[in-house]
Design a binder for this molecule. Structure first.
Ligand SMILES: [Zn+2]
Length: 238
């Protein structure tokens, strides 16, 4: 999981969403009215999905697992809990069908004492404050209760193919950084740009981010990545 930058809504779409929220309020804000209104909102959903695709990591990947194609508009705070947030742009994230329908569903764990929600919202906070990715194993370690709940709800460590994909992505990224370094130092700038663009669009953007963050600790980064990939990561991460 990596942070995503929420894009502003076009005024016309913002007005449309506000009108639809008002209609849910007038109908009596329940799970049923929220869901019914959402089901039939075909046009705004298409436009919201376009915006979310632009915000998403890699090539329109799921904002939670980072692996699958983001197909669904997820309500971060579920409609069942907050029907008046059905059309709230700040409550919309892009998810894959698995994360949305098989894992999260209507779950929204909250701290029993403070009531604060316990899932990471990648559009509002940096997942790295709550999760640490181990590059050698491909698994996440929770740094906070929020990290723990997020790993649990999305099964970030229990989906074997997800963990394996992260581990393999690390091997691929290291090799690409090596290659970028070779092209860069031999003056093949179009070739280096091609690699940099491919890295930017790669699945498992969380692995690339963890690699780039490693350069904050140069001795560790050199040991893990090797000298050339470290130098490349250091230059590309600036
Ligand atoms: Zn997903």
């Amino acid at each position: 999981m990596i942070p995503v930058q929420r894009l502003p809504l076009q005024p016309q779409l913002a007005d449309d969403l506000a009108r639809r929220t008002e209609a849910v309020r007038r109908a009596g804000p329940t799970t049923a009215t929220g869901r019914a209104a959402w089901r039939t909102a075909r046009e705004p959903k298409a436009r919201l999905r376009q915006l979310l695709h632009r915000m998403a990591p890699g090539l329109a990947r799921c904002m939670y697992c980072g692996d699958n194609l983001g197909t669904d508009i997820d309500h971060f705070e579920p409609i069942a809990r907050a029907p008046l947030r059905t059309f709230d742009w700040h409550n919309h994230l892009l998810a894959c069908a698995f994360c949305n329908s098989n894992r999260k569903r209507d779950q929204f764990p909250c701290d029993p004492v403070t009531g604060a929600h316990l899932l990471i919202d990648p559009a509002r906070e940096d997942p790295a404050d709550h999760l640490q990715l181990y590059l050698s194993s491909g698994s996440y370690q929770a740094l906070t209760p929020k990290g723990r709940a997020t790993i649990e709800v999305f099964a970030l460590n229990d989906r074997a193919e997800l963990v394996r994909a992260r581990r393999l992505a690390f091997t691929v990224i290291r090799a690409m950084l090596d290659e970028w370094h070779t092209r860069h130092t031999t003056g093949d700038h179009p070739g280096a740009l091609e690699i940099a663009e491919a890295l930017d669009s790669l699945w498992q953007a969380d692995v690339l981010r963890a690699v780039l963050r490693l350069t904050h600790t140069p001795p560790l980064a050199r040991a893990v990545l090797g000298e050339r990939a470290y130098a490349a990561a250091d230059l590309l991460g600036r």
